[in-house]
Design a protein. Structure first.
Length: 508
């Protein structure tokens, strides 16, 4: 890793939950691992009235989010806290930015950060176009004196039009090279390992195409409901919240063509090509290829669980989907005719994210009368939890005859190291500090993903009575989703917390 240049990280919305829960702990872990530059500072900005000392106490000394706090020495806390500063300021008020610039110049001189700034928008989306405009107006996007970078949290737009508008507004103030659209899924070690699995192992590439793969399945399940986020979620839904960003990004890594170089420009080019190759839905296909559901009241392990419409902040007649299952095709030479299946939902049996490659059946089922398993092999890439890889195949049972039963060849990611896997935000923040945007979304890629999703949203708007299926909380979603996957002996995999276990009623 190249040595990081001195800089200041400015966090807008610093009094919010994301800063305390994710950003500050991630920055602290980088400090603890001695990965931060010698001269570094964090400047928190929000409307809340804090002094530097009060801000440090809130996000460090009184924090419940710093991992393994028993292993942290008082000296480490003191050293880290000394790098944190705070500016009480309204990010929406243009008049407050002159004082912000003065504070940055003061910290610049004190910390010798040479005019290098990263601006992190941990704010409501309504401020995404406003903050960059105000920064640009006072010269804080100008790189004539140090580099400037802007990190933007999701959601990046509410639909295709708003995403395009936001891109236009941002590029009036910052160049594309300066923009970092963060998607924390791409910061997970096991998501990045999808690329390594494909392109560092010659045994996979000859099989990674329509000739050998029957279909590809991507699941992102959450065991909890919307909890306290009902007000936000009811205006978003699973399609916007999970599919348009996280799951399409994962699908792109699974299906993209090999880049000529392992760098930001070439990898993001191939992802864009993949998004542009997804076959648009015809209107009649949306009804059959997109299944949406909403969890209803249920009992899990004897405990009564609320339905979505009973959650705090949710409209009692809400038609917002908490579950989505989709079937789509990629129209290119590699994937022609291979269906991709995506599903995600809340209040499902377990929390798990994984990619399953379902290989074609062997052309002649030689042992079909003596097997205890489906006739096809699976490669499972587990993103979370129990991170790792699993290959499911058939082996002969010891003894006479040719009785075949399934076995698992698995690899647990934590066997590579006894250290804790770095948090996604740690990796992404470190990449931004290095100026590496490989794991960040590019504007044209975001728009291409919206171009696929937007017709589905438009169809639902124009057909308000279109079916939304109920499913009991704690189950794997609507039964209608099982009809999406075609082919004898094929169906959704029902994963458990343990990578090597599966089954619709497995012990969770």
């Amino acid at each position: 890793m190249s040595k990081l240049q001195n800089h200041i990280l400015v966090i807008f919305g610093a009094s919010g939950d994301l800063t305390a829960r994710k950003l500050i702990p991630s920055i602290f872990n980088l400090h603890k691992r001695k990965l931060l530059p010698e001269c570094f500072a964090v400047l928190g900005v929000s409307r809340s009235a804090f002094s530097d000392v009060e801000f440090r106490d809130k996000v460090v000394n009184s924090s419940t989010f710093l991992k393994d706090k028993n292993d942290i020495t008082p000296k480490e806390l003191e050293e880290f806290s000394s790098k944190l500063f705070y500016q009480s300021s309204d990010p929406a008020d243009r008049n407050s930015y002159d004082a912000l610039k003065e504070r940055l110049l003061e910290l610049d001189n004190r910390c010798n950060t040479e005019g290098n700034y990263i601006f992190y928008l941990s704010t409501p989306p309504s401020l995404y176009p406003i903050v960059p405009e105000h920064l640009s107006a006072i010269g804080l996007s100008d790189e004539s004196n140090g580099w400037k970078r802007l990190i933007i949290e999701k959601p990046f737009g509410y639909n295709l039009k708003t995403a395009k508008d936001l891109n236009i507004q941002l590029k009036r103030c910052f160049s594309e090279r300066q923009l970092y659209r963060i998607d924390h899924y791409l910061g997970k070690e096991t998501v990045q390992n999808v690329l390594v699995t494909r392109f560092a192992n010659s045994i996979f590439e000859p099989l990674w195409n329509r000739n050998y793969i029957h279909h590809i399945e991507i699941t992102a399940a959450e065991s909890v409901g919307v909890e306290k986020r009902g007000g936000y979620y009811d205006s978003s839904g699973a399609l916007r919240d999970m599919v348009q960003n996280h799951l399409l990004q994962v699908a792109a890594l699974v299906a993209m063509e090999p880049p000529t170089k392992a760098d930001s420009y070439h990898i993001r080019n191939e992802k864009l090509k993949l998004f542009e190759s997804i076959r648009p839905y015809k209107e009649e296909e949306i009804r059959t290829h997109v299944i949406r559901g909403q969890y209803v009241e249920s009992s899990i392990n004897g405990k009564k669980v609320k339905g979505y419409r009973q959650e705090e902040g949710v409209d009692a007649k809400s038609r917002t989907e908490t579950y989505i299952a989709m079937k789509f095709f990629v129209d290119n030479w590699r994937w022609a005719g291979v269906p991709f299946y995506i599903r995600t939902g809340k209040s499902l049996p377990t929390r798990v994210t994984e990619v399953v490659i379902h290989f074609n059946n062997s052309p002649h089922h030689l042992f079909s009368q003596r097997t205890k398993l489906n006739k096809h092999n699976q490669l499972v890439l587990r993103i979370q939890p129990s991170e790792g890889m699993l290959l499911k195949l058939g082996m002969k049972v010891p003894g006479g005859g040719f009785e075949v039963e399934p076995i698992n060849m698995d690899f647990q990611y934590n066997s590579l190291t006894d250290q804790q896997l770095p948090d996604a935000y740690e990796r992404l923040l470190l990449d931004a500090m290095q100026g590496d945007s490989t794991l960040y979304a590019r504007g044209d890629g975001v728009q291409a993903a919206w171009e696929f999703i937007d017709p589905v949203l438009s169809y639902w708007e124009s057909h308000p009575n279109e079916t939304i299926y109920g499913y009991p909380a704690g189950t794997w979603g609507p039964a209608h989703a099982d009809q999406l996957i075609e082919g004898e002996d094929y169906g959704w995999r029902y994963p458990c917390k343990n990578l090597t276990d599966n089954g619709q009623y497995c012990e969770l």
